[in-house]
Ligand binder design. Structure first.
Ligand code: TRP
Length: 371
């Protein structure tokens, strides 16, 4: 089996989340915390109930502050080097839920510098992807009055003075061991984590406040923030809190994560209904048996069946999902039928997204932070 690897620049193998919790030193979200979120927010998002957002750092601190009537802000981001897919969408739909439930500001970082430094692409190509990706972020429906885009190269005037303060407190050897870098990495990539740290506290610097920061993200980004948390505290800011998500599996099966550079096998936000149908029917790994007869007798495996797993993200009705899982396990539902349900669900969702996306370009200006 492929060795598990999880860091911002590499996700490989079968991800063992319990092992990650130990190795990263993060905490699992338990029943008690779920109850607390439910009490405050009035409901728990299905991603919390279903263990998709599964771990955290210091989430209690943000909730403590919130219960005392203090605000916090959300911070997340995107590295623009390819099209937005359902992996991004699922994380950001949860971010939107947080923004709506807690009525808070969202700072959204576009790391055009990062992708330029790490990918074999030109600066202009990255700028084009950034504009494209912004359309999808806007189409998520974030509140334009409470959402601010930070673009690393464009807002360098605000970010760089803070980034150097961060960078001065991080050694090359810390970076090497956190990201597995060697002497042959380019020097920009060594500096970059300082830029990703800045939005953890920049809103406080700009507004002369001292609010908590909560970062919803996929767990592969954690190595950046493990460094950030130490450093920002030394600079006199609050340590950011984090809530971590698991990866949605690629269409072809359970290892690694869905990726923009492998778009044939992931579903993109711009895919039309026919393409979605084709991709799922052709590529979605089936947990079913070889023949219909055998499937009726032995039933299917909901854990390995990608359509069943994806429905966990996109069928928010617990009863319906449980019913599908039950019937599939018993062989009453065939893989093809579950694929059909997933296709229908996704196409409805993508149709709505694409409608909003079509009018998003006019709004970019409203979202980009004005300084
Ligand atoms: N590095 C992330 C990426 O490659 C982008 C990013 C920047 C980010 N800041 C973040 C992601 C904060 C999550 C949270 O996509």
């Amino acid at each position: 089996m492929e060795e598990m690897k999880v860091n911002p620049y590499d996700v490989e193998g079968d991800v063992d989340y319990d092992r990650l919790v130990k190795e990263f030193g993060i905490k699992k979200i338990d029943e008690k915390l779920l109850k607390r979120i439910e009490k405050i927010a009035g409901e728990v998002h299905p991603y919390l109930r279903r263990g998709i957002f599964f771990a955290h750092r210091d989430l209690e601190k943000v909730l403590d502050a919130y219960e005392k009537g203090e605000k916090f802000f959300l911070y997340t981001g995107n590295g623009p080097s390819g099209p937005i897919h359902l992996g991004h969408y699922s994380i950001w739909s949860f971010v939107k839920w947080l923004q709506d439930k807690f009525n808070v500001e969202l700072w959204f970082q576009f790391t055009d510098d990062e992708k330029f430094l790490y990918k074999n692409m030109t600066y202009d190509e990255i700028q084009d992807w950034m504009k494209d990706n912004m359309l999808d972020v806007i189409a998520m429906g974030f509140d334009p009055k409470k959402t601010h885009f930070l673009i690393d190269t464009k807002h360098a005037n605000l970010m760089y003075p803070e980034a150097i303060k961060v960078a001065k407190k991080i050694t090359f050897s810390t970076i090497k061991s956190a990201f597995g870098f060697t002497d042959s990495n380019n020097i920009g990539s060594i500096f970059y984590t300082a830029m990703q740290t800045v939005p953890c506290f920049l809103p406080n610097v700009l507004n002369n406040k001292n609010e908590y920061c909560l970062i919803p993200m996929a767990v592969d980004q954690d190595p950046h923030f493990r460094i950030s948390r130490d450093v920002v505290e030394k600079l006199g800011h609050k340590k950011p809190s984090i809530i971590h998500a698991k990866f949605i599996s690629p269409l072809t099966g359970a290892t690694g994560k869905q990726s923009s550079s492998n778009s044939g096998k992931s579903i993109l936000m711009t895919d039309d209904a026919k393409t979605v149908k084709k991709k799922i029917n052709k590529h979605a790994f089936s947990g079913g048996q070889e023949t219909v007869e055998e499937h009726r007798k032995k039933g299917g495996n909901v854990q390995t069946d990608v359509s069943c797993q994806w429905l966990k993200y996109f069928e928010h009705d617990d009863k319906k999902l449980a019913d599908i899982y039950d019937k599939y396990s018993k062989g009453e539902l065939l893989s093809g039928e579950v694929k059909g349900m997933l296709i229908e669900k996704l196409n409805a969702m993508l149709g709505e997204h694409q409608k909003r996306r079509a009018t998003a370009e006019k709004q970019i200006d409203k979202f980009v932070y004005k300084n």
